[in-house]
Design a protein around this ligand. Structure first.
Ligand SMILES: NC(=O)c1ccc[n+]([C@@H]2O[C@H](COP(=O)([O-])OP(=O)(O)OC[C@H]3O[C@@H](n4cnc5c(N)ncnc54)[C@H](O)[C@@H]3O)[C@@H](O)[C@H]2O)c1
Length: 263
């Protein structure tokens, strides 16, 4: 719900890790005028506090907790007529969940620009023309890409890597199912283009990637985009980017102020 006539936009947070804790801190310092933190939903609804209780007070629920949390909470949020701001965009690879969140509820689902830029231009090209192809190459520090499913040899290889190693090449679904905390932007590109079949991603473990880097090459009927982004890792989580909480707060700022711009 957009705050109108001076009403405050009340924000419930799911997840208070590297992104969520910074969002809470920024809201506390007034970084999004017109928006204020109403609560943080605890993990597993402990302490007698639940999403239902949070929904009574909140206008918007912000997910900063991971792909499973989008599945767990998202449908109830939009069904309750509340807005849902998602960081774990890879959850929308699931077509059924995507339809529930984007088209199914009385609340609206918003997707943060997160660690990436240029999504606005891709969405504009998709609106007025055709997006033919999107290729993204991401490089991250090897240690930050170690996953619970990896065997000992793979973990050791990543810890000792002295040269770049290509870990995975594929579409949004393949990337998010293997690296759910690190490849949400691949799904964001597919959503911006409105096409899940034209995005090819390459994930590289690179010991030289002190800053995470993304190189996105887009071919559309309205022009080509060549986007290069480097992100400082989040101080609280090297698998995450320091830019993301600021993208979330910027989104809340726009929601709290209906006269806000898209740039
Ligand atoms: N869109 C983007 O560009 C982008 C970039 C980075 C990360 N992300 C997404 O943001 C997520 C959060 O990132 P982070 O760096 O803050 O992770 P983090 O691990 O530092 O913090 C996650 C927090 O969520 C909490 N949590 C997990 N499941 C929960 C649940 N079911 N209910 C309540 N709390 C729960 C955890 O306890 C933890 O405090 C990532 O998992 C990733 O999916 C998106």
């Amino acid at each position: 719900m957009v705050a109108n006539g001076g009403a405050v936009l009340k924000v419930a947070l799911i997840g208070a890790g590297a992104i969520g804790a910074k969002v809470a801190e920024l809201l506390g310092t007034g970084a999004a005028p017109g928006a204020e933190l109403s609560c943080v939903v605890p993990h597993e609804a402990t302490e007698g506090f639940s999403l239902g209780e949070a929904l009574k007070d909140a206008d918007v629920v912000v997910e900063c907790a991971g792909v499973p949390a989008v599945r767990q909470y998202g449908p109830a949020v939009v069904a309750a007529g509340k807005d849902f701001l998602v960081t774990s965009i890879g959850a929308l690879c699931d077509a059924s969940l995507r339809s529930t969140l984007l088209d199914g509820g009385s609340g609206r689902t918003f997707l943060t620009s997160g660690a990436l830029g240029g999504l606005d231009a891709i969405a504009a090209a998709a609106t007025g023309g055709t997006v033919h192809s999107i290729r993204i190459e991401s490089r991250k520090l090897p240690e930050s890409l170690i996953q619970p499913w990896m065997d000992g040899d793979t973990r050791n290889m990543l810890r000792a890597a002295a040269h770049p190693v290509e870990l995975l090449r594929g579409g949004p679904e393949e990337l998010i199912s293997s690296f759910p905390k690190s490849t949400n932007i691949v799904s964001a590109l597919a959503l911006a283009a409105g096409n899940w079949d034209i995005v090819e991603a390459v994930l590289i473990a690179d010991p030289a990637a002190g800053r995470t880097s993304h190189h996105v090459v887009v071919d559309t009927s309205l022009g080509g985009f060549d986007i290069r982004i480097t992100n400082e890792p989040s101080p609280g989580n090297p698998a995450s980017s320091a830019l993301v909480p600021h993208a979330v707060v910027r989104g809340l700022k726009t929601l709290a102020n209906p006269s806000g711009s898209f740039i």
